[in-house]
Design a protein around this ligand. Structure first.
Ligand code: ADP
Ligand code: MG
Length: 592
């Protein structure tokens, strides 16, 4: 066994660089952080060949004294903390004292820096961790750090770099994240002769998001703010209906630091439960400001992750603040009318059944087998095409009734309604689903789901695997208002159903619920599944397309819809209402 040796500093730095400096974008990130910590109001980043050839970050911050300029490149050299207790109160971006020493060990570095009114500035040149030159330099206040030929002395790392386009995109992301965190600072990024980003200091995150991402994205975002005790949560998230096809634009900032945190990501999705479809994603720029003692930023060498002292409280707070804002937010507005609506309509028609197997009402059943004994349910079996169960008395004449007045129905599927400032299209099926969903939720939460006993029980014979699942969940289904018994030989008997479900195809309903349990029921936790199951249930008796509604029914539906907590989407996340303002309509006709 060879004897144990302490590694030379230069090698230690190279090893540390492996963690801190993964790619050119890491250098950009660290140097911008230093500039921010130095109080800069302007940060200019120039790169060549996607940062592989050269990265220069210049700031107008405090600058560094001659003496400190040399020390700054030593390992664990920092001006930001000096004792263990300081770790609890970190308000600076940096604190580990590793960036400059790591970068200098794997590149050629030239720093020019000057402090205000402190005589001549300093130029210092370092190569592979060795100081080559220190001299006077005439320079404006601030610091410019130029990093050339990154990884020139670590060929293995060099090989790991990706294509020029990929490295450039990482750099743009790094600058964007820092810029998003600090809208008050002016940022500029050039690549060769091209100006990639030029972001004048702006009044806030909305402006900054617009500067970086343009109108297309920011138009679909709504601002929110909230918090509890000393924790402030604010930012922008996608309006219901402006969800996205991928997870891009989900950014979290904790005390001004861009971080990755699985619990925060989860909280974002949790806020959108039943507002967006499963394969869709919300966008969000979410800022959390809190006492630094409540968050550990020292869990990752590149400070890319944080750990909250009370993770679950922060999770719930973020979820609740966003959800509250979504609830209060307006109905989706489709800015450039016609095409979007055409798409929405054809999408809708393609997927009318919400991914649940056909649940058209079984007219025969409803005529022969069931009679509603529940006065709450105005069930008209004779229509043979579905039950309309608006609690008109409870919901009618809320202030919302004034907001949208139904004028007509299109193809027996969509309601055209007039609003104060224009018009709206309402998807009658999605709207009714939302109404039923929340009623089912309320009944379940109150622990009193009215049950409709069936005169003629319905027999169901699920497959082998489904049988087990069904057995396991029987008690939970009972809480949801189902009366189901095992019948032996792998079959089950439905003897009663939630009263709101009266009139459906019960067998199909049960099989659909079992399907849902199969896909999402692995954990065996009904609580998390409740809404999933309720949304399957809500889809069943909901009014289908191609169902003529009377004026009174349309009014009842709109009233019920706007008495909901989340009126703007069905439980599967589809929009219920699409609005057009008069301005938008006039614009379509080129009147303005
Ligand atoms: P850290 O940021 O964790 O303190 P760094 O290695 O990034 O460690 O920087 C070391 C020190 O150099 C900093 O603590 C700071 O005092 C000084 N420094 C680095 N960059 C700048 C800059 N752009 N302006 C002023 N001081 C700087
Ligand atoms: Mg630093």
């Amino acid at each position: 066994m060879p004897s144990i040796k302490i590694l030379p500093d230069n090698l230690i730095n190279k090893i540390a660089a492996g963690e801190v400096v993964e790619r050119p974008a890491s250098v950009v990130k660290e140097l911008i952080e230093n500039a921010i910590d130095a109080g800069a109001t302007e940060i200019v980043v120039n790169i060549e060949q996607s940062g592989k050839r050269m990265i220069r970050v210049a700031d107008n911050g405090s600058g560094i004294s001659r003496e400190d300029a040399r020390t700054a490149f030593e390992r664990h050299a920092t001006s930001k903390i000096s004792s263990e207790s300081d770790l609890e109160t970190i308000r600076t971006m940096g604190f580990r004292g590793e960036a400059l020493s790591s970068i200098a060990s794997v590149a050629q570095v030239t720093m020019v820096t000057a402090q205000k009114g402190a005589g001549p500035g300093t130029i210092i040149e370092i190569e592979g961790g060795t100081v080559r030159n220190i001299a006077d330099a005439a320079a404006p206040q601030g610091t410019s750090l130029e990093v050339s030929h990154l990884f020139y002395n670590t060929p293995a790392r060099l090989k790991f770099l990706k294509s020029a386009a990929t490295e450039l995109s990482h750099i743009i992301a790094a600058v964007s994240h820092q810029a998003m965190a600090r809208p008050d600072i002016r940022f500029k990024l050039t690549h060769g002769k091209t100006v990639v980003l030029d972001l004048p200091s702006s009044s806030g995150i909305r402006d900054r998001a617009f500067q970086i991402n343009g109108g297309e994205l920011s138009d679909g975002l709504m601002e929110f703010t909230g918090g509890r005790d000393s924790v402030r949560v604010y930012g922008m998230v996608s309006k219901p209906n402006h969800d996205r096809g991928d997870r891009s634009y989900q950014e979290f900032y904790v005390n001004g630091r861009y971080v990755k945190n699985a619990s925060l990501s989860h909280a974002l999705y949790a806020a959108y439960t039943d507002l967006i479809m499963r394969d869709r994603h919300p966008a969000g720029f979410i800022f959390i400001d809190l006492d630094p003692a409540l968050v550990d930023v020292n869990v990752h060498p590149a400070k890319a992750e944080v750990r909250f002292r009370n993770q679950s409280q922060i999770h719930d707070l973020v979820r609740d603040v966003i959800r509250e804002a979504l609830r209060a937010g307006g109905a989706p507005h489709f800015a450039a009318g016609a095409d979007r609506v055409k798409d929405a309509v054809s999408d809708y028609l393609k997927s009318v059944e919400c991914g649940v197997r056909s649940a058209e009402f079984d007219a025969e059943h409803s005529k022969t087998s069931f009679r509603s004994h529940n006065s709450d349910v105005s069930f008209s079996s004779e229509s043979g095409s579905g039950s309309l169960s608006f609690d008109s008395h409870s919901a009618l004449r809320t202030p919302h009734s004034a907001l949208l007045y139904p004028l007509a129905q299109v193809h027996d599927s969509f309601i055209i309604a007039q609003s104060n400032d224009g018009m709206a299209l309402i998807d009658q099926h999605a709207a009714h689903e939302r109404v039923l969903f929340e009623k089912l939720q309320d009944q379940h939460a109150a622990g009193a789901v009215p049950v409709q006993n069936l005169l003629i029980p319905v027999q169901v014979e699920p497959g082998r695997a489904e049988q087990e699942l069904l057995k396991e969940y029987l008690p939970e289904l009972q809480k949801l208002g189902f009366v189901i018994e095992e019948f032996g030989g792998g079959s089950f008997i439905i003897k009663g159903v939630p009263a709101l479900m009266t009139g459906g195809d019960y067998k199909q309903l049960l099989l659909d619920i079992v399907d849902e349990l199969k896909v999402h029921g692995k954990s065996g936790k009904m609580d998390a599944l409740r809404d999933e199951v309720l949304s399957v249930m809500a889809c069943h008796p909901a009014i289908k397309v191609h169902r003529r509604l009377s004026q009174q029914e349309m009014e009842g539906l709109i009233n019920d819809l706007f008495s909901c907590r989340m009126p703007h989407s069905c439980p599967h996340g589809r929009p219920t209402v699409v609005r057009f303002s008069m301005d938008e309509i006039k614009r379509m006709f080129k009147r303005i």
